[in-house]
Design a binder for this molecule. Structure first.
Ligand code: SF4
Length: 368
């Protein structure tokens, strides 16, 4: 017989919200790892001591985490979803009849006090601390990658990277043994900073324009002899910076910040390999970057099995960007550098919480 659902006419219900959130729900896993005790203390100086009680900042932080974990980008929709979804209500400690903030008050707080107090960075660091405590961060190596995410930005009002306020890496006292990145990070300056200043092994492909494609010898066909400060060409002749002694010593550094090593014209004139080496020049010249030694370190590392391993690990960072797009972060909603920073901090916090929930689930329960 076909059943027919009739709205029950009970006046009172025995209903426990906690019973209706599945044990393996992602938000349960996130809730287990979320520590917001310090949020209130961090935000207290930004609230007045008198007047009407505000919306609970912890409630707003929980709502933001839902938004960035579940791909709900619109604040208006987030408020609606929290109002209707039992699991979201449970996560926000709202009960069945708790009032969900209006989306405009939510936005006002988010862009006002939250930004002034830098609470998002505080939360991000709290979650990273949790990852460290759970043994998910070893710091033997870091992987870096970049992805383009569209934003509403005015190029005329852009701020050079050098003027950005940089936060120290040293926040957690972590010191990576190596850094894996793609060739966009393989400039001589970057590599020199890593190798000489930070003493970190660069697992980075060298950004190299010296390879020739016209069939003539590339720089890699010449052998560098550091102890003699010279190159040896395929014909066994030497290329030096100076072929005579100057009365006034010269630095030998060109305007491009390189040292120029030259073969002897006499050697090149009589060389059988000249058509393959410098067919249109009287002699062969090889520029050497001032930080070429750092590039050589990166080239040597690229030939090791450890480099191959770190290259595979770097691919995991690419996956994180793909997940961001799945969570509808293909375009930033907030404007300006502060808006971008806020969005990325929240997205990274949500990603780390999702990872914690998945890798460190409740005892005996596999997280969704
Ligand atoms: S052309 Fe000059 S630099 Fe080139 S291989 Fe011959 S001798 Fe060496």
């Amino acid at each position: 017989m076909m059943g027919c659902q009739v709205a029950p006419a009970q006046l009172f219900y025995d209903f426990c919200l906690d019973d209706h959130v599945p044990a393996n729900h992602l938000l349960r896993g996130i809730d287990r790892h979320l520590e917001l005790d310090s949020v209130r203390a961090q935000l207290r100086p930004f609230y007045s001591g008198t007047g009407r009680p505000s919306i609970d900042p912890e409630l707003m932080m929980r709502m933001l985490i839902i938004g960035y974990s579940m791909g709900i980008r619109s604040e208006r929709r987030l408020c609606e979803e929290v109002h209707l979804n039992l699991a979201y209500r449970w996560f926000c400690r709202l009960g069945l009849d708790g009032k969900v903030p209006d989306h405009s008050s939510f936005s006002k707080n988010r862009h006002g006090r939250f930004r002034q107090s830098d609470i998002r960075r505080h939360m991000f660091e709290t979650v990273v601390e949790r990852c460290l405590a759970q043994g998910l961060v070893g710091a033997e190596g870091f992987a870096v990658d970049a992805s383009l995410i569209a934003a509403d930005a005015n190029k005329q009002r852009s701020v050079p990277g050098s003027e950005w306020e940089a936060k120290e890496e040293s926040r957690f006292g972590l010191r990576p043994g190596y850094i894996a990145a793609d060739s966009a990070y393989g400039s001589a300056d970057n590599l020199a900073w890593l190798v000489k200043e930070k003493k970190i092994a660069p697992h980075i492909p060298v950004f190299d324009k010296s390879n020739r494609t016209d069939g003539t010898f590339s720089r890699s066909d010449f052998t560098w002899e550091a102890e003699n400060d010279r190159y040896i060409c395929p014909a066994g002749k030497e290329l030096k910076q100076f072929h005579r002694t100057y009365a006034t010593p010269r630095s030998g550094i060109t305007a491009k910040g390189t040292r120029l090593y030259r073969a002897s014209k006499r050697d090149c004139d009589h060389c059988e390999l000249k058509p393959q080496c410098c067919p249109n020049m009287p002699l062969r010249k090889i520029p050497r970057d001032l930080n070429e030694d750092a590039r050589d370190v990166a080239r040597a590392i690229a030939a090791t099995p450890q480099y191959e391993q770190s290259r595979h690990r770097r691919k995991k960072v690419e996956m994180l960007f793909a997940h961001l797009r799945i969570l509808r972060m293909a375009r930033l909603r907030l404007r300006g550098p502060c808006g971008a920073r806020d969005e990325f901090l929240l997205a990274a916090t949500a990603q780390n919480l999702r990872r914690l929930a998945k890798l460190r689930p409740l005892h005996g329960v596999i997280a969704a």
